[in-house]
Design a protein around this ligand. Structure first.
Ligand code: CP
Ligand code: NVA
Length: 309
């Protein structure tokens, strides 16, 4: 049965668990293989996947493309501005047409409404590759990465430091779905959407906002940072954001207040010495390269889930 993968909070807990379990299994089955080698099982043989980007991307673009090929499928990478989509054709009409050519659509876009409209009118599964509001594929990789290093994430304390942005919202959704606690620390102007925090609270996990970053990270098992200015933010916001967030840099001093075995994650791309120092990115708490690799494995499992394969 076809299923979209639009968000963490709109995917059932059972489905999220089975996607992560499959991602772990598929990763270990490929151990020590060259990146271009085919998987033993080829569930996407004969399938065509469209990868649409209305914003830049390195990880999402390459990991989806490689993942489809490892599973025996083919991809076409499309830029929104070069499609009629960027010149007035409606999302609904684009969805109807693409559904006649491809078996799966991944889209990175601006407005969440674009993603929703694509999903409503497509006859094939649609995957959210980031919107202004959320980034669910990233957080599937993050949960997988935590489990690899530290075992179950349920009951752990996670702390988001900085801007309460799209990636932050998906972490809050994941807190509710996977049962871990979530603290946000940042200035009040950049708080996460109340809806995401309310979702997590409603699932029974601890959710807090703590303005003091040192207090926030105390007892943390996992600390997240992300860019201070996202792709959808106006560049004119840059100077103001830097002034607002200066006290929220993740550096060695701040990490020293988290648990000694705490992990540090960043979805990347990072701005070294702004939201995080190189000493933390390249230091003992950091698992950012495993996190980036796991985009590949997690998304392969997401695609199989969507296609029921
Ligand atoms: N983390 C992430 O989604 O990276 P890209 O913008 O490079 O895809
Ligand atoms: N918050 C960032 C994430 C990039 C992967 C952005 O939206 O630009």
């Amino acid at each position: 049965m076809m299923k979209h993968f639009l968000d963490i909070h709109t995917t059932s807990k059972d489905d999220l668990r089975s996607i992560i379990d499959q991602a772990h299994a598929m990763k270990s089955a490929r151990k020590d293989r060259p990146k271009g080698a085919a998987d033993d099982s080829q569930p996407l043989a004969g399938r065509m996947v469209a990868l649409i980007f209305e914003k830049p991307s390195t990880r999402t673009r390459v990991s989806f493309d490689v993942g489809v090929r490892q599973m025996g499928g083919q991809t076409m990478v499309l830029s929104g501005s070069e499609m009629q989509l960027g010149h007035g054709e409606t999302i609904a009409d684009t969805a109807r047409v693409l559904s006649r050519y491809v078996d799966l659509i991944m889209i990175r876009t601006f407005e969440e409404a674009t993603l929703q409209e694509m999903a409503e009118y497509a006859d094939v599964p649609v995957i959210n590759g980031l919107t202004n509001r959320t980034h669910p594929c990233q957080i599937m990789a993050d949960v997988m990465t935590f489990e690899e290093h530290r075992g179950p994430i349920a009951g752990k304390k996670t702390v988001w430091v900085g801007d309460g942005n799209n990636v932050c919202a998906s972490v809050a959704h994941a807190a509710g779905q996977f049962g871990f606690d979530f603290t946000f620390t940042g200035p009040p102007q950049l708080d996460p959407e109340a809806e995401a925090l309310d979702f997590a609270r409603a699932q029974g996990v601890q959710v807090a906002i703590e303005r003091d970053p040192v207090k926030a990270v105390q007892g943390a098992d996992l600390v997240f940072a992300d860019t201070w200015v996202s792709m959808h933010d106006p560049q004119s916001a840059k100077e103001r954001r830097h002034n607002q967030l200066r006290g929220y840099q993740v550096n060695e001093e701040l990490m020293s207040h988290a648990k000694p075995d705490s992990l540090f994650m960043h979805c990347l791309p990072a701005h070294r010495e702004d939201e995080v120092t190189s000493a933390v990115m390249d230091g003992p708490h950091s698992v950012i390269w495993d996190e980036a690799e796991n985009r590949l494995h997690a998304q392969k499992a997401v695609m199989r889930h969507c296609l029921g394969l």
